[in-house]
Design a protein around this ligand. Structure first.
Ligand SMILES: *[C@@H]1O[C@H](CO)[C@@H](O)[C@H](O)[C@H]1NC(C)=O
Ligand SMILES: *[C@@H]1O[C@H](CO)[C@@H](O)[C@H](O)[C@H]1NC(C)=O
Ligand SMILES: *[C@@H]1O[C@H](CO)[C@@H](O)[C@H](O)[C@H]1NC(C)=O
Length: 285
């Protein structure tokens, strides 16, 4: 969705029919937002193919060409709350860290933005949070241990902070990802977005959506935890809003039963594409 020339837009709006940029049976979408089917895959660059990168994604996807300047890696909820062993965090999620860092490095090296999308609640969020969310995040079945409750201390001297509140230790990225995030944001390759629901893209807009619009980003690669909850929620809302969605299997995990991942895998491939980092990294080297 890069801005087209004023006259191209005018022609499209004022023409006798709403027209595609390049009307033929292999163009999907509209003048503002379109894909082109190629002989062996898809071109997602929306007419900005210069410096495009072609990723050999697994079949049935084929070759998918992206515009790096319009693409981003979205890392969801790789936070201490979900991953730290002393908070009951997920070992499968912790195991994703090295591969996630490889993807981060490759994206940065290609000028593709890295977006950290995490729970980070404010007092106002607590006042407006629906009951279902408080229930889902209670530790003992009462509201006293849900969002905003003090989580005490672990390992003798780590003050865990209030549950998933913005700026708390438990809401920070886990392990080596924390230093990656801090350094990336400082260098301007990475950006940090707080969210107040499972999805970082719900409702009329969110900080992440505003950023994508302002930066003309159209193509999103997803990883994080849980793949069937916050990753899926953000992927699905992004899909509904017209972004290209690519789920990266080997930087995603969940604590849910395998049927939940099965549903996500099936539908992610319909909404967009699925790949492993091993399909993407060589093309970015
Ligand atoms: C597009 O497909 C339709 C229906 O199959 C066909 O009649 C038409 O000739 C095709 N147009 C082009 C440009 O190939
Ligand atoms: C916390 O304790 C660990 C060892 O138990 C120590 O290495 C670390 O420096 C302590 N951190 C602070 C902030 O006191
Ligand atoms: C990613 O790798 C895993 C493990 O080898 C495999 O099960 C899965 O099908 C792969 N995903 C894709 C999209 O090829």
């Amino acid at each position: 969705m890069r801005p087209l020339g004023y006259f191209a837009i005018l022609a499209a709006i004022c023409g006798s029919n709403a027209q595609l940029v390049n009307p033929n049976n292999n163009t999907f979408g509209n003048v503002f937002n379109f894909w082109m089917k190629t002989k062996d895959g898809w071109d997602l660059t929306r007419g900005h193919a210069t410096n495009g990168v072609t990723l050999p994604l697994p079949q049935p996807a084929g070759k998918v060409t992206i515009q790096p300047a319009s693409s981003a890696l979205v890392i969801i909820d790789m936070q201490n709350f979900f991953l730290d062993p002393d908070l009951g965090g997920d070992p499968l999620g912790r195991a994703l860290v090295p591969t996630t860092i490889k993807m981060i490095d490759a994206f940065r090296a290609n000028g593709m933005k890295v977006l950290w999308t995490n729970w980070g609640l404010t007092e106002f969020d607590l006042e407006s949070m629906p009951p279902a969310f408080f229930r889902a995040f209670s530790s003992d079945g009462t509201s006293a241990t849900s969002f905003g409750s003090d989580m005490g201390t672990i390992r003798g001297n780590i003050s865990v902070g209030r549950k998933l509140m913005r700026g708390s230790w438990n809401a920070q990225p886990f392990g080596d990802l924390f230093n990656e995030q801090v350094a990336g944001v400082a260098r301007g390759t990475d950006f940090y977005f707080n969210k107040n629901r499972l999805s970082g893209m719900w409702g009329t807009s969110t900080p992440m959506q505003t950023f994508l619009q302002d930066n003309l980003i159209t193509t999103l690669f997803f990883g994080g935890v849980n793949v069937d909850q916050c990753v899926w929620g953000t992927l699905l809302d992004s899909f509904y809003k017209g972004y290209d969605v690519i789920l990266v299997d080997d930087i995603s995990a969940t604590t849910s039963p395998s049927a939940a991942t099965g549903m996500v895998d099936f539908n992610a491939a319909l909404n967009g594409w699925r790949a492993n980092s091993t399909d993407i990294l060589p093309a970015l080297m």
